[in-house]
Design a protein around this ligand. Structure first.
Ligand code: NAD
Ligand code: LMR
Length: 337
């Protein structure tokens, strides 16, 4: 306990801090769910000028939680304050998709934000900063931020597909009548959004103490090839339709899972999904994309789990989502020139 009070606080930036994902996320970070129960935190909350009064309310609420790990809260609309010397950047702030809106409509508005924030990372952040992009379209926003932050290693950037990963685990668990922790090693390939490929060919389900491949445990290939994939792919849109707002509690929860795994590593023998820089040497996926792969993490370094078999069904879906990401990247780069 004494030790905990002696460790140096880390500086954690959350953008979009007045928004709905942040509302859940900030509490979880500040109470130690993400960086550890003995890691003091300085929370930097960045949003745009019209949201500063709302941000004041968020600051009051964080103070009122009386959380011992939370050493300082810095609300700001200034990029040079927000990105200064940060250890972690959680880039949530952007325009969220509304009902009926497709991802490409979002590109134009959002890539400009991630260009500016990439440049700010380059200029003001620690070179060891870990950058997690949540704001949509998450993969392409992440790629843009990375391109405008050449002094920070590409490996320090990732985007969130953990929500899709958790959705896939949960769907399989519900189908098998087990709790979600009994399902591991699902894979989300490619994009967050509708061409993503949730793949359970290598997933394992623990039913009554016995580990089975997901196909054996589910005993319904038609569901796994059909409604399961569609449900996971379209879950974000389904939540928007129902709530008239995009997912926030589950998104914040997935951000916590994602960053916790970066900070503390993945479990032995398990992998998780995250969007990372494709260098052109994994599963035939073209380089220069942020593509979601199965990864293992140790000492804050991720590694794609290579060498798993992929059949024709999987291959076609992995390529289709790569093609969509290439299109998105090229459109984003066009908007910026
Ligand atoms: P929200 O509208 O409630 O909050 C977004 C906040 O970002 C707002 O307060 C807004 O003022 C702020 N913002 C806008 N531009 C900014 C900028 N340049 N700098 C700093 N802040 C800025 O939205 P939300 O529901 O919290 O969602 C945020 C983003 O996360 C959306 O893009 C949404 O689509 C995305 N999302 C991603 C996933 C995922 O799994 N990757 C899941 C859910 C939502
Ligand atoms: C989600 O997966 O819930 C969100 O990314 C949906 C969206 O389009 O904002």
């Amino acid at each position: 306990l004494f030790l905990s009070h002696q460790s140096e606080p880390i500086r954690v930036l959350v953008t979009g801090a007045a928004g709905q994902i942040a509302y859940t996320l900030l509490y979880r970070i500040a109470k130690g769910d993400v960086f550890g129960k003995d890691q003091p935190i300085i929370l930097i909350l960045l949003d745009i000028p019209p949201m500063l009064p709302v941000l004041d309310g968020v600051v009051m609420e964080l103070q009122d939680c009386a959380l011992p790990l939370l050493r300082e809260i810095i609300p700001t609309d200034k990029i040079e304050v927000g990105f200064k010397d940060i250890d972690a950047a959680i880039l949530v702030g952007s325009m969220p998709r509304k009902e009926g809106m497709e991802k490409k409509d979002l590109l134009k508005a959002n890539v400009a934000i991630f260009k500016t924030q990439g440049a700010a990372l380059d200029k003001y952040a620690k070179k060891t900063v870990q950058v997690v992009v949540v704001g949509n379209p998450a993969n392409t926003n992440c790629l843009i931020a990375l391109k405008f932050a050449p002094s920070i290693p590409k490996e320090n950037f990732s985007c969130l597909t953990r929500l899709d990963h958790n959705r896939a685990c949960s769907q399989v668990a519900m189908h098998c009548g087990v709790s979600s922790d009994k399902v591991k090693n699902v894979i989300i390939w490619g994009n967050h959004y509708s061409t993503q490929y949730p793949d359970v060919h290598h997933a394992i389900v623990n039913t009554h103490g016995c580990e089975l491949g997901a196909y054996k445990a589910v005993k319904n290939d038609a569901w796994l090839h059909g409604d399961f994939i569609l449900t996971v792919q379209q879950r974000g849109a389904a939540v928007i339709k129902a709530r008239k707002l995009s997912s926030a509690m589950s998104a914040a929860n997935a951000v916590c899972d994602h960053i916790k795994d970066i900070w503390f590593g993945t479990k032995e023998g398990e992998f998780i999904s995250m969007g990372v820089y494709a260098a052109g040497n994994s599963y035939g996926i073209p380089e220069d994309l942020i593509y979601s792969f199965p990864v293992q993490i140790k000492n804050k370094r991720w590694k794609v789990v290579d060498g798993m078999s992929t059949n024709d069904f999987s291959r076609a879906k992995m390529n289709a989502t790569a093609a969509e990401l290439m299109e998105e990247r090229d459109a984003a780069l066009d908007f910026l020139t």
